[in-house]
Design a protein around this ligand. Structure first.
Ligand code: NDP
Length: 434
């Protein structure tokens, strides 16, 4: 705690994993040897750097850049880049720590890392975004490589930003190293279904979880927080499974549309015009409510999919959802539910899918992008989506089986933490004290 003073999100993430490990150590005391757990909690490398850039008024701006290369026991560091004013070292470390276990759960050869900057892309012109991305990569490129560290997108970083970063990497290194970044555009080495993968994957996971109770998305009322990359494609897949999505949000407020959210309009507003979700209510007019600042979790639903950001769903929100009869919660975002919210869901018997399992479809499809790049191949959308669906089923079953094996049936939090940990721990033990 002293070594990581003030990093509260990092403490929260570590605490949750360590809480699950008691049962593993009881069964396999060897895992406590050689300070293995302490080593897993300490990043292999942390890079913090200055990002100077010039805005449209000719003013010099300074931001701070981060890359935490947390664990490479299973493969090159892999994890997204986040651009948001709230970014600090504690946030990046929590995300990097979660990423280790998430990536292990996919069963693919990828280690854990995360990066980002406190740069706020909101309201910035395309030229400003490009200059910022170029400056960010001008420092970061020396730490990356297809066998070293392979970033992707996250909050505030989508296809446009990855394109600018890839262009700058290529220019600085004079190498067309397609496998150095994932989430690339389709014309220059991206994978089909990567844009959709995290949201789709979350819904595949929840569908499988619902099936354990003889249920499905068909006819269910669903609320989805956020209206970014993960939220949009979670809504799309839930709709295709016959659900009615009634609410979504952004950081300013949420919209409730009892006729069912018009996803084409959300995409137009968010992906094309880059406007606020309040525009949705303005365009639709009567019958649609826009609630500024209120909690989206007060809207009654059967399935809740938090897809915005960490700690966005509190104990109070969980109580409201439970009171309104929610049956399943699937985390598309990373750590969106606070610890008391998670406890409340589990106590009430609500099916609860933690982010490190439920949103692993994004990074899994990034690993498929790396495979396609390595073999200079490109798969069809159907082929890639089928692989994603199969991976999510496997992750679900691995979590469920592990929870059962460790005496906590239906506890997906415990199942995910233990299954992820054991794979990383085995690799680290085999490699000696590193
Ligand atoms: P986007 O930037 O595309 O969208 C984020 C959405 O969440 C926006 O609607 C945004 O609203 C909202 N949001 C962000 N911060 C806050 C906040 N502090 N309070 C309320 N709402 C907020 O990001 P992604 O969709 O890519 O990421 C969403 C979550 O999913 C994150 O937790 C991310 O780590 C996680 N994730 C993403 C993956 C991916 O492949 N992209 C993979 C696995 C996990 P606004 O526009 O107003 O800021």
């Amino acid at each position: 705690l002293r070594r990581n003073a003030g990093e509260k999100e990092f403490h929260q993430a570590v605490h949750e994993v360590l809480e699950s490990l008691g049962r593993v150590i009881a069964k396999h005391p060897d895992y406590a040897n050689d300070a293995l757990i302490e080593r897993i909690c300490e990043p292999e490398r942390q890079i913090i750097f200055r990002v100077p850039w010039v805005d449209d008024k000719g003013q010099v701006q300074i931001n701070r850049g981060f890359r935490v290369q947390f664990n490479s026991a299973l493969g090159p560091y892999k994890g997204g880049i986040r651009f948001h004013p709230s970014v600090n070292v504690g946030i990046i470390k929590f995300l990097g720590f979660e990423q280790i276990f998430k990536n292990a759960l996919t069963g693919m050869p990828i280690g854990g890392g995360k990066g980002g900057s406190d740069f706020d892309p909101k309201g910035r012109s395309d030229g400003e975004i490009m200059r910022f991305c170029q400056s960010f990569m001008t420092e970061l490129y020396r730490h990356l490589g297809e066998y070293t560290d392979v970033p992707a997108g996250d909050i505030g970083v989508g296809g446009r930003e990855i394109g600018y970063m890839f262009g700058q990497y290529k220019r600085l290194t004079n190498r067309y190293e397609a496998g150095v970044l994932t989430g690339k555009g389709l014309v220059y080495g991206g994978s089909r279904a990567r844009t959709e993968a995290t949201g789709f994957g979350t819904v595949f996971f929840v569908q499988r979880m619902l099936e354990t109770r003889g249920q499905s998305f068909e006819g269910k009322r669903v609320t989805v927080s956020g209206s970014g990359n993960v939220a949009i494609y979670a809504m799309e897949k839930a709709l295709s499974f016959g659900a009615r999505v009634v609410a979504c949000s952004d950081s300013s407020g949420h919209v409730v549309d009892e006729n069912g959210i018009d996803l084409d309009l959300v995409k137009e507003i968010k992906e094309v015009r880059r406007q606020r979700i309040s525009e949705y209510a303005r365009i639709k007019g009567t019958g649609v409510h826009y609630i500024e600042k209120g909690s989206i979790w007060d809207v009654p639903c059967d399935v809740a999919l938090p897809c915005a950001t960490q700690n966005e769903l509190t104990g109070k929100d969980a109580a409201a959802l439970i009171g309104n009869g929610v049956i399943a919660v699937g985390e598309g975002a990373n750590m969106p539910s606070t610890p008391d919210a998670v406890r409340a869901f589990q106590k009430a018997g609500v099916l609860f899918a933690p982010g490190k399992a439920a949103n692993a479809g994004g990074v899994a499809t990034s690993a498929l992008e790396m495979q396609q790049n390595a073999s200079r191949d490109s798969w069809t959308f159907e082929q890639t989506e089928a692989r994603l669906a199969e991976i999510m089923e496997r992750i679900h079953d691995r979590c469920a089986r592990t929870a059962e094996e460790y005496g906590a049936p239906n506890d997906y939090v415990l199942g995910a933490n233990i299954a992820g940990f054991v794979r990383v721990a085995e690799a680290m033990r085999a490699m000696g004290v590193i």
